[in-house]
Design a protein around this ligand. Structure first.
Ligand SMILES: Cc1cc2nc3c(=O)[nH]c(=O)nc-3n(C[C@H](O)[C@H](O)[C@H](O)COP(=O)(O)OP(=O)(O)OC[C@H]3O[C@@H](n4cnc5c(N)ncnc54)[C@H](O)[C@@H]3O)c2cc1C
Length: 287
């Protein structure tokens, strides 16, 4: 077990790591890529940059700085997070646990743009198999997505019903799916159902009857993880207090995933506060 796990190696996650490392904590940073900075051609509005840096360069400097202070890095997608007195995080190849955890996963992932999706929110559309799967025991369900996270959600649902289909909505499937799970790659045209979701119609006019559609596009977001372990969220944003503490003791959040001004300076500041708050929490636990 490590002291602190940080999900995300963008400005918020790295800033949090620097403060925790300097307080002599054992820190593991789990990040699948460099996040939003990968798309920023030139950062010119961050303190101390007399000449602009590309987002990729700035991110690499941060990662090198945290590595030099002793941070462990795991470059994988986080698929699951649990809390049983300690935080337990799963990737495809590893299970890690810690006394405290900081979510710094950036802004929320895509919600999907199939016509009719908004109308069925809370009426058959879900963003969390562990939270809502129980309502669909033995029923036909589908998972929207094409990657590791979609496969993870589909496997969670297999424990509840044997009728699970992954819908890639025209995307190529990126993972190997066990034979118990059906896969349909045809693009989805629309959803249907009178009061509650009853099914989907595809571009080739074929139909699939489902009572539940679990959206798992891209990677799980901070809000997805927070909901799983019972932390308060406001839509796609994590609710935090002035110490970046969520409603679950030991769980902190920082950066774009908390909403507000989506800028490097803000992410770095929130990361610093989250790192210091996590250190205080860990020290109290060790007493
Ligand atoms: C095109 C563009 C230009 C921008 N230009 C500027 C600018 O000029 N100045 C400025 O101040 N800001 C700019 N920004 C905003 C800035 O990039 C963000 O505010 C900042 O990067 C947020 O930091 P963060 O650490 O909260 O999230 P991010 O930098 O997005 O980092 C999120 C991290 O979480 C990881 N992650 C997410 N989900 C998972 C998962 N399930 N498993 C594992 N890892 C996960 C990602 O891999 C990544 O490491 C720009 C953004 C964009 C998109």
């Amino acid at each position: 077990m490590t002291d602190l796990i940080i999900i995300g190696k963008g400005p918020a996650g790295i800033s949090a790591a620097l403060y925790a490392l300097r307080a002599n904590m054992k820190v593991t940073v789990v990040g699948k890529d460099i996040g939003s900075l990968a798309q920023a051609h030139a950062i010119e509005n961050y303190y101390g940059l007399s000449t602009p840096l590309s987002g990729t360069e700035l991110a690499q400097i941060g990662v090198n700085q945290a590595k030099a202070l002793g941070a462990e890095f795991l470059e994988e997608e986080v698929l699951d997070l649990d809390f049983n007195g300690q935080f337990v995080l799963k990737t495809k190849t590893a299970t890690l646990s810690s006394k405290a955890l900081i979510m710094a996963t950036g802004s929320a992932r895509k919600k999907g743009n199939i016509p009719g999706m908004v109308d069925y929110e809370t009426k058959g559309i879900s963003y969390c198999a562990v939270c809502d799967g129980f309502f669909y025991r033995g029923k036909d369900v589908a998972v929207l997505g094409s990657g590791e996270y979609a496969l993870h959600e589909a496997k969670e649902l297999l424990a509840i019903t044997e009728h699970v289909t992954i819908l890639t909505n025209g995307e190529p499937l990126k993972v190997e799916v066990p034979s118990e799970i059906k896969v349909i790659e045809t693009p989805v045209k629309k959803l249907f159902g009178e009061f509650h979701l009853e099914g989907l119609e595809f571009k080739d006019d074929s139909q699939l009857n489902v009572s539940g559609l679990f959206v798992a596009l891209g990677s799980a977001s901070a809000a997805d993880f927070a909901r799983k372990i019972g932390a308060a969220v406001d839509g796609s944003k994590i609710n935090v207090d002035a110490n970046m503490q969520t409603s679950v003791p030991g769980l902190f959040a920082a950066g774009d995933c908390t909403g507000g001004t989506l800028q490097v300076a803000v992410a770095v500041g929130e990361g610093a506060i989250a790192g210091l708050s996590a250190v205080k929490h860990i020290r109290e636990q060790k007493k």
